[in-house]
Design a protein around this ligand. Sequence first.
Ligand code: TRP
Length: 377
Amino acid sequence: MKEKFTVTPWEVSGLVDYDKLIERFGTQKIDNDLLERIKKLARDSHFLLDNGFFFSHRDLDKALESYEKGDGFYLYTGRGPSGDMHIGHLIPFVFTKWLQEKFNANLYIQITDDEKFFFKDDAKFEEIEKYAEDNILDIAAIGFDPEKTFIFRDSEYLGKMYPIVMRIAKKVNFSNVRAVFGFKNETNIGMIFFPAIQMAPCFFEKKICLIPAAIDQDPYWRVARDIAPKLGYPKTAAIHSKFLPSLQGPEIKMSASLKETAIYLSDDPKTVKEKIMKYAFSGGQPTIKEHREKGGNPEIDISYQWLSIFFEPDQKKLKKIYDDYKSGKLLTGELKQILIDKINDFLENHRKQKEKAAKLIDKFKYNGNLAKKMWNL
Ligand code: TRP
């Protein structure tokens, strides 16, 4: 049977079968043993691991081994500033903060303003720059350790990175990136060169680099891993997340051009309420009477899924919502209201943190210690 979904760094579409994706990409599932090992070393668990949202990896075991030996690992993640950030964009950063805290790791956050400029024909760099600066505040609001975190824009720091970018670029040929990324003759050469830039932070320190990111970014890490030994570095490790389903259902991609498919970090409480009530795909019955009789279907209900992925980490409370919805005791409007309240609390807190982060931004962007580490490659 043909698998009708697409996952590339630039396109995610269709209903993603995550087990098949693991096969297709050749990654590893995070199994119970590995889960237990992380928990033991972290002396804590994280709901994004427990609920399987982070579900796949490459060499995570090696990164943990290095930590056990006392050599540790460092973290790398990033963001392409193509527009305002929505909740789906923020989730990997929430998990990254936890990893940084538990494993006491340095963290590099790459803002690929260059990529977003190359990618779209009509992209205006002045606009991308505005998004980049605002996205950086949203990211900083997560509360990373200012002593151990370096957030940088490619357009500002490429000069410093260039020595490692050069070494990478020399080891990767066109037929290789064409096969991995699907480049064509018409693809502009900015895009063709760009993988060398996104791979650069995989080699910022001479220890294992662990990348927490959505799985669509994995093709870069595949190439980085191929060339790592040739450059004299350990192979890059990765821990992959699934995608947060869009409001209208898992097959509709959350998109900057369709504002009603996602909840933006800047959405006010009224907008959140309207969007959830109007667009969140429901597993409920058409009438209240029918709903009370037959019950709803939490499996396909997006409000329930958003609660289970991110907004209700408490498994007992979640189970009660599940049972009550399935039995018909909880109505669709009530379920949606639970989610609306959670989202609005989250966003209110986020905006407060974002204001505070503005004061720390110079520290993040000009982190002398880490900058030295990466520049003295
Ligand atoms: N290409 C990513 C995007 O479009 C941004 C990015 C750069 C990234 N480096 C990364 C994402 C490392 C995750 C991990 O969003």
